[in-house]
Design a binder for this molecule. Structure first.
Ligand SMILES: Nc1ncnc2c1ncn2[C@@H]1O[C@H](COP(=O)(O)OP(=O)(O)OP(=O)(O)O)[C@@H](O)[C@H]1O
Ligand SMILES: [Mg+2]
Length: 491
């Protein structure tokens, strides 16, 4: 343990170029001065003045080290350490305590801090403590990757799954993680595209660099260019200082371009250039910057359709589509549901301080039968809501939302057809669905049309009209070939 009196014979810091530190301190003067001193030592430093601001930054992108004062506004330093340790990629924490506050130091270590420093301390001591914290973090990260690989049969990183279809996705992720190739994640909303992007980054050699997300659909078009590429001071009204863009921030790491289908045509051109030449200019600037950021893009839209209708550039599409990974919707992998339910029960028990013990067989069956249009996110929301409202005990059917407990009478027990990422032909799909129901009704009634019509709540004449349709007539001919009782011919 180091303190202001620690000896200085600590090993030299590992190459500090890529070591990122989040510094949390409410006194502006102390904060500024520590930042300057740490930056002079070669660390990348970002500052926050409160616990909540720190948590927001930590959730946005990972840091190697968190250096926090104990006495900070809203969330105190000790609690910040505890909450930080629960993050998927938690930094090593160093807590700064007031002179003589041994109790605080002990509390910090109990909360999981790597070390503490008592004020006043020299920047040399801080710098050495950061260096040994980083060594510990590297060991811890390696260990985590190893443990997760061993655990691999049930998932990858934070991704939980045991389904055959996801195994193929994991295989692709593992193949691609080691390379720098551009990855395009395709799948419906809530299927886990962002989580996959994180998994790829944290399994890649760039995991010590930052993973910088950009939601191209959520940032107004006018701001997006400067978000991506930065701007020079005075580039436009409000550009009071030079700003570094996300491509620069992602240098040595990964940039995650979410909702890529929403990118405007002018920005599509600029992104194409980055992908082709790896260069860009800040808004209002003339200097050309190089970027080595790895690009992962995602969308729940049908990019091919956007290309066909000229809303997305074909050349950009091919640049992005180097390694496409299609994430299947949850309804196509219901064998994942029990595992995900267990995962979310544990997660929300911890987050909400609940003590749910499990789920009844009947409730699980309902979850497995539901179609999950919102995919894994919807399942996560359902379990989170139960953990807040119910708090303890076993999840029973009565705890589930109505739409899951009582599938609507209209849809009966027939699940609605799945819409693949490539989309569907609505008219043809509806016709096919109708044909299936008509055939089922005819088979159940031994091909007696009046009875089948009754079962379908339509007139016999309507059924006869429908049976004249080419597509249905063909199926009927095939099914009835030699099967239909001569006394009950279909035609
Ligand atoms: N296989 C999984 N294991 C554990 N959690 C998962 C899994 N897949 C998704 N999740 C969780 O479900 C939620 C939705 O996932 P995510 O945000 O990655 O989806 P998405 O495909 O990016 O959705 P959108 O297109 O709406 O942005 C997240 O909370 C994520 O952690
Ligand atoms: Mg997403």
């Amino acid at each position: 343990m180091s303190s202001s009196t620690s000896s200085m014979n600590v090993e030299a810091a590992p190459a500090s170029r890529s070591i990122s530190i989040l510094l949390v301190e409410d006194e502006a003067e102390v904060r500024e001065s520590l930042q300057l001193q740490l930056e002079a030592e070669g660390f990348q430093v970002m500052q926050a003045e409160s616990g909540s601001e720190a948590l927001m930054l930590l959730e946005r992108s990972p840091f190697d080290v968190l250096v926090t004062d104990v006495m900070i506004p809203d969330i105190n330093g000790i609690e910040l350490v505890q909450r930080t340790n629960r993050l998927p990629s938690s930094p090593v924490t160093i807590v700064i305590t007031g002179h003589g506050s041994v109790d605080m130091a002990v509390a910090a270590m109990k909360a999981g801090a790597f070390d503490f420093l008592q004020k006043p301390f020299s920047v040399d001591v801080l710098s050495a403590t950061v260096a040994s914290a980083v060594r510990v973090k590297h060991l811890r990260d390696e260990n985590l990757v190893l443990r997760r690989t061993v655990k691999g049969q049930y998932g990858l990183g934070n991704l939980v799954s045991q389904s055959e279809v996801m195994r193929e996705v994991f295989r692709l992720v593992e193949c691609v993680a080691d390379s720098d190739s551009t990855v395009l994640l395709l799948g419906e909303s809530g299927t886990g595209k962002e989580l996959l992007a994180q998994t790829i980054h944290y399994h890649s050699p760039r995991r010590r660099g930052s993973l910088i997300p950009v939601n191209c659909g959520a940032i107004p078009e006018t701001l997006l260019e400067s978000e991506l590429f930065g701007h020079e001071k005075g580039a436009f009204t409000g550009a009071v200082a030079t700003r570094v863009g996300r491509f620069e921030l992602a240098s040595g790491g990964t940039i995650f371009l979410d909702e890529i289908g929403d990118l405007s045509p002018p920005l599509q051109v600029k992104l194409l250039r980055v992908l082709q030449e790896r260069t860009f200019e800040r808004v209002g600037g003339t200097r050309t910057y190089k970027t080595d950021a790895r690009v992962i893009a995602a969308t729940n839209q049908d990019l091919e359709e956007l290309v066909a209708t000229k809303r997305f550039r074909e050349d950009l599409y091919y640049r992005l589509n180097v390694v496409p990974i299609v994430v299947p919707p949850l309804r196509q992998r219901s064998e994942d549901i029990p595992l995900l339910v267990e995962h979310f029960i544990n997660l929300f028990n911890e987050r909400q301080g609940a003590t749910l013990s499990g789920i009844s067989g009947e409730a699980m069956m309902l979850l497995c039968q539901y179609s999950w249009p919102g995919n894994v996110r919807e399942l996560s929301n359902v379990i989170e809501r139960i953990s807040i409202l119910k708090r303890s005990g076993t999840i029973e059917p009565a705890d589930l939302p109505d739409k899951i407990r009582r599938p609507s009478a209209a849809s009966g027990s027939i699940p609605p057809p799945a819409i693949p990422v490539s989309g569907i032909d609505l008219a043809a799909t509806v016709e096919e669905f109708e044909n299936q129901l008509i055939i089922e009704a005819l088979e159940r009634t031994n091909w007696v049309k009046s009875k089948a019509a009754q079962l379908l709540h339509i007139n016999r004449t309507t059924l006869i009209e429908k049976l004249k349709k080419k597509s249905l007539a063909a199926i009927v001919a095939q099914r009835t070939n030699g099967l239909v009782n001569q006394s009950n011919p279909v035609h």
